[in-house]
Design a protein around this ligand. Structure first.
Ligand SMILES: Nc1ncnc2c1ncn2[C@@H]1O[C@H](COP(=O)(O)OP(=O)(O)O)[C@@H](O)[C@H]1O
Ligand SMILES: O=C(OP(=O)(O)O)[C@H](O)COP(=O)(O)O
Length: 401
């Protein structure tokens, strides 16, 4: 792969596909880690006299503009981090984008509006994606792929656009891949993987491959309830992916055969409704129940104290840990204890620790842990999981050659 040093960027329009999908609470950025992670690449290009066109997705809008997913607050924060103005284009490939890009002088930068406000970005139809990539290509002379968190997506800006422009890999992706490679080669054992979060259907599949690699798999977060349900437990109104039940049962069976230990919650924190993560209003009906006793009208929102101790015990002797997905709704203090306990257990072990995922990385910082104390904090959750699976990632394949 070419690096940005291999590109002659002076005076050229350089499209930087970043992952600026940061957590927001009512328009306020609660963690700017992903912006800080890609800023050095942008700064380097600007210093070399490029006109930089930054683009990203934010959240999962439905292929049309949706103000709650606007990147406008991100443009402001990016400007503060770079220490220079960032012109914000109010659309992605429309009049605003064209005019903003045309007005860029050498060493100036613009951020386009959310790529996913356009149906072509995520389309499964090659022609529709290609047509959108053609429009994006009209805005630039060169392409730099540096949105590690999105390299597992076969999307127009990630996969189709680099085929249309001379391209290179950005410094963030290069660093991420360098570290994750270590986990695909010789890992020191015990190798413990902690899976949580809410993107259950996206991430259950990675267990297939982990069954041949990990020694222990700890399941928390939204993913846990599909496992508990598969074992015949009532999970109330918890996050549940019923279609994954046969898969989960098969994994549990293969775990037994392959000597891979699954560790599931033995108790959980529940409430009748999802907590207010913006106001942090107290949760009056919060209670801890056994994992096989979740009331029918309650939702599991965190692992309980017995599970926190169990997870800590299962992490204590680890030599390598990969963690993706908060084990509870850490955005509300009542349900942050499990995620805190996992982060602390990682620090207490002498393992090489990799934490991956937009929300997992944010959780570590928001809950007050020193990110320097972890082996590596990856900006990608799904991306790092799929990389560890050994899959060909569309956004990396597209940067080769
Ligand atoms: N039990 C649960 N029920 C619903 N959501 C949960 C639960 N546990 C964790 N979450 C949510 O999962 C989200 C993060 O999931 P995900 O995007 O998969 O992680 P990452 O961004 O680290 O890859 C957080 O916003 C958190 O509130
Ligand atoms: O947040 C992201 O992934 P992650 O939650 O797995 O870290 C990326 O920005 C990808 O977003 P997507 O899962 O909506 O494609």
């Amino acid at each position: 792969m070419k690096t940005i040093e291999d590109l002659d960027v002076a005076g050229k329009r350089v499209f930087v596909r970043a992952d600026l999908n940061v957590p927001l609470s009512g328009g306020t950025i609660t963690d700017d880690g992903r912006i800080r992670a890609v800023a050095p690449t942008i700064a380097k290009l600007l210093e070399r006299g490029a006109k930089v066109v930054v683009a990203s997705h934010l959240g999962r809008p439905k292929g049309e503009p949706d103000p709650q997913f606007s990147l406008a607050p991100v443009a402001v924060r990016l400007g503060e981090i770079l220490g220079r103005p960032v012109a914000f284009a109010a659309d992605t490939v429309g009049e605003s984008a064209k005019a903003t890009v045309a007005a860029l002088a050498d060493g100036e930068v613009t951020l386009l509006e959310n790529l996913r406000f356009n149906a072509g970005e995520t389309s499964k139809d090659d022609a529709e994606r290609g047509a959108f990539a053609d429009e994006l290509a009209g805005l630039a002379d060169l392409y730099v792929g540096d949105g590690f968190g999105a390299v597992h997506r076969k999307h127009a800006s990630v996969y189709d656009l680099p085929a249309r422009l001379p391209h290179a890999v950005g410094d963030l992706i290069a660093t991420e891949v360098g570290v994750l490679k270590r986990l695909t080669e010789e890992v020191e054992r015990p190798y413990v993987v902690v899976l949580g979060g809410s993107k259950v259907s996206d991430k259950v599949g990675v267990i297939d491959n982990l069954l041949g690699k990990a020694d222990r798999i700890l399941i928390g977060g939204g993913m846990a309830y599909t496992f508990l349900y598969a074992l015949g437990h009532e999970v109330g109104i918890s996050l549940l992916q019923k279609d994954q039940v046969p898969t989960v049962l098969e994994y549990l069976e293969r775990g037994k055969q392959n000597n891979v230990e699954f560790v599931l919650p033995v108790d959980v924190a529940v409430s009748a409704s999802f907590p207010d993560t913006k106001t942090h209003a107290p949760v009056e009906d919060f209670e801890i129940v056994d994992a096989d006793g979740i009331p029918a009208d309650k939702e599991g929102l965190d692992i309980g104290p017995k599970t926190r101790a169990l997870f800590a015990e299962k992490l204590a002797d680890a030599k390598t840990v990969f963690w993706n997905g908060p084990v509870g709704v850490f955005e509300h203090p009542t349900f942050a204890e499990g995620t805190k306990a996992v982060a602390q257990a990682l620090l207490d072990s002498d393992a090489f620790t990799v934490v991956g995922g937009g929300d997992s990385a944010a959780a570590v910082r928001i809950l007050g842990f020193d990110e320097e104390k972890f082996g590596h904090i990856s900006t990608g959750g799904g991306a790092s999981l799929e990389y560890l699976e050994g899959k060909t990632l569309p956004g990396l394949a597209a940067l080769e050659g």
